[in-house]
Design a protein around this ligand. Sequence first.
Ligand code: HEM
Length: 450
Amino acid sequence: MTGGSVAPGGGAAPRGGAPAGAGPVPGGMVTPGGMAPQGGASLRLPAEHFVAGIVFLVAGGAGLVWIAPELARGLYQSPHVAGVTHLFTLGWLTTTIFGALYQLIQVALGASVRSERLGHVGFWFFVPGVAVFAPGVMTQSVVLHHAGLTGIGIGLACAIVNIAMSLKSAAIRDVVWYSVAVSMTYLCTTFILGIVLVHNIHTGFLGGGRVTTVAIHLHVAIIGWVLIMIAGVSRRLLPMFLLSHTVSPRLNAASVAFLASGLAILAWGLTAAPPSVAWAGLVLIEAGLAAFVVQGARNMRARKRPGLDAGLLHVRAALVVFVIAGLLAPFVLHRGADHRGLATIYILTGLLGAIGVMVMGLQYKVVPFLAWVARYRGRVGRERVPVVAQLTSPRAGRVGLALALGGVALLDLGVIMVQPLVAYAGAALFFAATVNFMLQLRHAAWGTIA
Ligand code: HEM
């Protein structure tokens, strides 16, 4: 172990107290210490969600290798692809967001988690539910579908009720509060559409409407549930991680408002309305995405730290990939589901390249910090403790980013060339990125410091 008695960010730590630099400092700047748990709040709830989420991420990475030949042929709607997709989307992203929310609503909104016990109960229904549901989608098994949906449904209900009750007691009702509320509403819609799709697998009642329903489901899930949540909380997280002042708060509010309204209009346009309605929805979504990216870039420019660590490099790269996904979207809407290869590239780029890399970057910041608090806060002033940056390897973080981006690029190339071997190579790189990511976070949580 190296270093003296130092705070998470590297400064001198006060004896036995909160980490130096915790929370707001003069000038309205918020430091990474702002993520520290408040009062007697336990870290067990976020921790168990993060651990399960990362196990699902690695399982999804392995599954990606398995489905690589189907992806190369543009079969994004195959049962195997849909099953693996949910290891990422429900298993990793949704579980991780719940874990992060249980921490964030305390530190960002001044609310306490309504019931930690309900949080644990929800976790123990949701996680086994997803573990059963994803193979159920792959194999189209009625028993696994129903068992999985029951666990997921009860788990979601517990989490949504718990978070909604916590939001009610929040001291701060700003754009972060509204974005959490809106994205939770879209999560409920995602679940209802998901149940419709499961029912359709067994009855075929949607007929030709299945493709449109899948398109609405995946956009509501990815944009409504995940992206709006990220766009909202980034108002608090990015200045905190970058040690910058809050930059362009109006852009942040605009991004959430455009994304939320554009998504509802797109969904309406895709169902029955004339094509111009879907295009109007897309224009609003693109405006929301642009506002989110510009706000992220401005925060980057306003930072006090000259260098970017591995987590922030992931965030910056993800912002670029969001632009690429945004550029692809009009072509996908124009060509429709007939062009399966294009749709596959769009989903791979948006889901793994943009959302996936962004969430990895945010977890690279949050998990080591919380691990530091859990492992070292009580030891500050009594013995030598490391700084947060020493809990992960910057080099491994950069290699992981290259593997993830290279993986998505090769997967896309494999689809363009209809070449399974290239897709296999891309999937293998992305899988390696997930394993590297898991090892880094495991090291931060339990490893010893060199
Ligand atoms: C809440 C519970 C959910 C259920 C019950 C569910 C159910 C389903 C089902 C049955 C399909 C396959 C439809 C078909 O091919 O006919 C599907 C597709 C899809 N879902 Fe979900 N889903 C859920 C949540 C989510 C979430 C949270 C996300 C993203 C954040 C998501 C993203 C997707 C995507 C991207 C596809 C298309 C997969 C493909 O390319 O084949 N889903 N969903």
